[in-house]
Design a protein around this ligand. Structure first.
Ligand code: DGL
Length: 278
């Protein structure tokens, strides 16, 4: 069986790359739902429907554990997928994990008391970061800014326009005295260097590509019943639901070389994804 990594598009690729670097042998199947991207500007019912279909597809492709490497999905659909869908599905013994809580744990472990977060519309409106933080330490302050233009720009060769837009978004933190800035969208590690130089050296950047591999490794050690079923042949496959030039361009920039991208076909009649090769 394999580790599944799911995102609406590119963000999960950054996470997949960092997991691969830490665990080069673990077999990974990545799925980016580029046909329906961006998720971050959609309603919770729509995000749930998209996510459930993608998760089911990954389970059908023999994934035992799935990381929703997407904060928007973690904020909107994860709990419902874990509590409602999974127990009554044929995959009740498999697992789905998110990225929000591990990210907050990292900021807290570093001792920060004033946190900034940038994320998609949906993630900020859901208030997931603040709600989860309150459960862990209600004394810590959190300031959130929604940054909805970043994902479309990243996915569509929009880098020439990104600097003034980022600067405008980050101005919101000027008077907040934050100690760290959480990149609360898995697309944003792609912009890490730009964000770090704009926000200044006094603010630590908390980026999920640096957190999730360690948290995953820790999870697998604590759950041998899941870990032992995942094979270690060093294979990685990248599936997406729509192929675009912008995506290929950005994937190449992340991996610093071409990667083999396979396009799945979405069948509206059966409401499923189909791998043409299989
Ligand atoms: N990468 C996703 C996240 O972490 C969002 C991308 C989208 O809006 O589809 O929230």
């Amino acid at each position: 069986m394999k580790l599944g990594i799911f995102d609406s598009g590119l963000g999960g690729l950054v996470i997949a790359k960092s997991i691969r670097e830490k665990m080069p042998d673990i077999d990974i199947l990545y799925f980016g739902d580029t046909l329906h991207l961006p998720y971050g500007n959609k309603s919770s019912e729509t995000i749930y429907a998209y996510s459930k279909r993608a998760i089911e597809f990954l389970f059908e492709q023999d994934c035992n554990l799935i990381i929703t490497a997407c904060n928007t999905v973690s904020a909107s659909a994860l709990r419902r997928l874990q509590q409602e869908y999974l127990p009554s599905s044929p995959y009740a013994h498999r697992r789905i994990l998110g990225v929000v809580v591990p990210t907050l744990e990292c900021a807290i472990d570093k001792g920060y008391k004033r946190l900034g977060v940038i994320a998609t519309n949906y993630t900020v409106k859901s208030n997931i970061f603040e709600d989860e933080l309150k459960k862990i330490d209600p004394e810590i302050k959190i300031f959130q800014e929604n940054t909805p233009l970043l994902v479309p720009l990243i996915e569509n060769k929009g880098m020439p326009w990104i600097d003034p837009i980022l600067a405008h978004y980050l101005n919101a933190f000027d008077d907040k005295n934050i100690e760290c800035l959480i990149l609360g969208c898995t697309h944003y590690p792609y912009l890490k260097d730009k964000i770090a130089s704009l926000i200044g050296a006094d603010v630590d950047i908390i980026s999920q590509d640096e957190i999730i591999p360690d948290k995953l490794s820790d999870y697998l050690h604590r759950h041998p019943e899941i870990a032992d079923k995942i094979t270690n042949k060093g294979q990685i496959e990248f599936l997406i639901s729509d192929m675009t030039d912008g995506y290929k361009h950005a994937a190449k920039a992340i991996y610093k070389s071409d990667i083999a991208l396979e396009c799945t076909r979405f069948c509206a009649t059966s409401n499923t994804y189909i791998r043409e090769a299989s």
